[in-house]
Design a protein around this ligand. Structure first.
Ligand code: SF4
Length: 169
């Protein structure tokens, strides 16, 4: 598990002042898991996101544990740390290095890469820190089948996505 990335801890990088925080557009892309695709780069997958991510009344995303996220979500990275790792959106206001970062596709474009993404999710598994029901709902909606998440043998930080049955008509 990644060590905590708290900018207020001695020796840790990052800022937490109001100007820095205010640059966030609350798109939620950094808190979604992205899957590398052949044609579109690292694509953020709808429904595949941190367990603490919430869609708020204004339609934008927010973190339900933001002030304590580095203690409660050890997988979470400050933007200064996330950027060079390619964990932010390609067009994030905090900046992503050229050629890195995640993209959020419009539905029409996403539908074209969905078969590749689903194949990779089934093959590689998903992180255990995700919102499990959100992913199961999304995959069921896209496939018309019912799915489960199971422990990945020998790896506590990963889950296996498995189809169990067709949805009732
Ligand atoms: S804990 Fe981190 S990754 Fe999770 S929703 Fe909050 S900011 Fe995003």
């Amino acid at each position: 598990m990644t060590e905590h990335r708290d900018p207020e801890r001695p020796g840790q990088p990052g800022r937490a002042d109001a100007e820095h925080e205010g640059r966030c557009r609350r798109c939620g892309v950094s808190c979604h898991v992205a899957v590398p695709t052949d044609r579109m780069g690292a694509v953020a997958v709808p429904g595949l996101h941190c367990v603490f991510l919430r869609q708020e009344a204004d339609g934008k995303f927010g973190c339900s544990v933001y002030a304590e996220r580095f203690a409660k979500a050890p997988w979470c990275h400050h933007a200064d740390v996330a950027a060079p790792l390619g964990y932010l959106a390609t067009d994030c206001p905090y900046g992503s290095p050229a050629g890195s970062g995640k993209v959020a596709l419009e539905e029409e474009e996403f539908a074209k890469v969905w078969p590749e993404i689903l194949r990779k999710l089934r093959s590689w598994g998903v992180p255990a820190y995700i919102h499990r029901q959100a992913l199961l709902d999304e995959v069921a909606r896209r496939t018309g089948r019912r799915w489960v998440l199971e422990p990945w043998p020998g790896d506590d930080e990963r889950l296996r996505l498995r189809s169990v049955t067709a949805l009732a008509p």
